[in-house]
Design a protein around this ligand. Structure first.
Ligand SMILES: *[C@@H]1O[C@H](CO)[C@@H](O)[C@H](O)[C@H]1NC(C)=O
Ligand SMILES: *[C@@H]1O[C@H](CO)[C@@H](O)[C@H](O)[C@H]1NC(C)=O
Ligand SMILES: *[C@@H]1O[C@H](CO)[C@@H](O)[C@H](O)[C@H]1NC(C)=O
Ligand SMILES: *[C@@H]1O[C@H](CO)[C@@H](O)[C@H](O)[C@H]1NC(C)=O
Length: 492
């Protein structure tokens, strides 16, 4: 062999060795320096350890994501323990994340407050206003819990909206909780679009409106008085007269004492039934769904038209005060029909299971006005993919500016519903094709009504924040108009 041929092969050998070495070095470096890379190490940890679902870039057009819902996996309403639920859902997703396998292809980012739909400042209210009501006691001066205390089950849960929204804001500060970036919590109120008041008003009403022992004033009223006093003293409140404050008062009787004084704020409500129009109205307030009590039927197991033997299902109390007269009349009209299932009684205890079964095997579920225009029943029907028949002229529906309820609900005016034969003729006239279209649509939109932690794109928590962000500009508009002739700022 000549010298000439040996030198190049040696050279190539060295070249390969050096480049392999450089390759290994650079990949090691990339892994190490993940703090400064676009994908923080915590995201990797989360995906590998917790196996939580893939991150979806909220700035990309959102597609309806069909996923098994965390909340639907836990069916015993009376014993829902969110901490348990979180670990269960983590388990459940860790299996499926392997199937997804597309983690690397999805863009991962940390929420950026400049790009968020909504920047929210949350008051550091003492725990007696929020997690203290769940029996949580922190260390001295500790405002927020590290482990999430469970929200009480049973009927309380239907108004637990305050809890899910607060948890979502708290998790906005935890880098490895993967959630939509619609809302980002900011710690400087001047940078916020909205000021959130973390008062668990529904729980306060449900648990503390009775007088105990020698109390002259209930804890619920005391908290509301304290809250009013606190808010009136805040610069944040004075700045815009409370217009940019967000207060959750989902139980129709919550905030009864304070609602008038805080009426300039935006409310998150179940309906407007017990509010005068100047205190609560669609222009500034948000209608949020009840948290449904029956378990969500998985899309793949949802019974079809032919598999649902019952035409019309209703469960609840038949005799109601106020607007509930229609129920009674309907009952007498329908009770003897063979494919109608009119059930008495509350949904508490085993009632939930019965309602789950009943709704999941019925084509149509009746939602008639009770003592308030809205009720949990509508959201139970949606979770069961039972086409809701809404007989409640005054009802306001969540997210109706983005959701067309006529695609998956039947609306019947109260006056028509009580005409003999009207309702059944209407419903029997809806053939399999038409019904199936509505049922398919129900399966597409059901995830908008799921409350869960961590929140997922398009779920109820995310939808509420998006709805708030759509109100912000009209609130701002009204506030600016009011200032036109305000001379006080001209006086030094
Ligand atoms: C994810 O796992 C890490 C490490 O095990 C843990 O510290 C963190 O709390 C988990 N996050 C969630 C959302 O479960
Ligand atoms: C899937 O998760 C369940 C718990 O939900 C666990 O028992 C099972 O071993 C997991 N399977 C795999 C393949 O990880
Ligand atoms: C709690 O806050 C008070 C007032 O700011 C302070 O004096 C006290 O030292 C704090 N206690 C603890 C344990 O940090
Ligand atoms: C809060 O934000 C405002 C406006 O961006 C800024 O002027 C102010 O200095 C900030 N305050 C603090 C404490 O960072």
């Amino acid at each position: 062999m000549s010298e000439k041929s040996r030198i190049p092969s040696k050279f190539i050998f060295y070249l390969i060795t050096v480049s392999v070495f450089l390759l290994i070095l650079s990949s090691l470096f990339l892994l190490q320096s993940s703090n400064t890379s676009f994908i923080p190490r915590s995201v990797f940890d989360l995906i590998l350890v917790n196996g939580t679902s893939v991150y979806f870039d909220p700035h990309v057009k959102k597609e309806p994501i069909k996923r098994p819902f965390a909340s639907s996996e836990v069916s015993q309403v009376d014993a829902v323990k969110p901490s348990k639920r979180i670990s269960e859902s983590a388990c459940q997703v860790s299996n499926s994340s392997k199937k997804l396998g597309s983690v690397g292809r999805k863009k991962m980012i940390v929420c950026d407050s400049n790009q968020a739909l909504l920047r929210v400042f949350m008051y550091e209210l003492p725990p007696e206003f929020h997690f203290g009501l769940l029996g949580w006691k922190g260390m001295e001066n500790q405002t927020w819990p590290r482990r999430i205390p469970p929200y009480p089950g049973g009927l309380n849960l239907q108004h637990s909206i305050e809890y899910w929204l607060t948890l979502d804001l708290l998790s906005s500060d935890i880098p490895n909780v993967v959630r939509p970036c619609s809302v980002v919590r900011v710690h400087n109120s001047s940078q916020a679009d909205v000021i959130f008041v973390p008062f668990f008003s529904s729980l306060s009403y449900n648990r503390h409106s009775m007088l105990h022992g020698k109390e002259k004033v209930s804890v619920n009223k005391k908290l509301q008085d304290k809250l009013v006093q606190f808010l009136m003293g805040q610069d944040e409140w004075k700045r815009k007269g409370g217009n940019d404050h967000l207060i959750v008062a989902h139980h129709p009787n919550s905030m009864l004492n304070a609602r008038r004084k805080l009426g300039s704020a935006m409310f998150v409500l179940a309906d407007f039934g017990r509010y005068p129009a100047e205190i609560a109205n669609l222009e500034k307030d948000i209608i949020a769904p009840y948290r449904h009590l029956v378990r969500t039927v998985p899309s793949s197991k949802s019974a079809t038209f032919k598999e649902r033997p019952v035409l019309v299902y209703f469960r609840g109390t038949i005799y109601r005060k106020d607007g509930g007269v229609i129920r009674q009349e309907l009952y007498y009209l329908l009770k003897d029909e063979k494919d109608v299932d009119f059930n008495f009684g509350s949904i508490q205890g085993n009632g939930v299971n019965k309602a789950s079964q009943g709704m999941a095997s019925s084509k149509f579920c009746l939602n008639t006005a009770g003592d308030t225009p809205s009720s949990n029943r509508l959201f139970d029907a949606i979770a069961s993919h039972c086409v809701p028949v809404i007989i409640s002229d005054e009802i306001e529906l969540p997210f109706e500016d983005v959701l067309d309820y006529s695609q998956f609900c039947i609306f019947v005016r109260g006056a028509d519903a009580v005409k003999r034969g009207y309702l059944l003729k209407l419903l029997r006239g809806i053939n399999e094709d038409k019904w199936t279209k509505m049922w398919e649509r129900l399966k597409e939109i059901v995830h908008h009504f799921e409350y869960q932690y961590p929140s997922q794109p398009g779920d109820a928590v995310d939808m509420i924040w998006q709805a708030v962000s759509r109100k912000v500009s009209s609130v701002q508009f009204r506030f600016h108009r009011k200032k036109r002739y305000d001379r006080s700022r001209l006086v030094v």
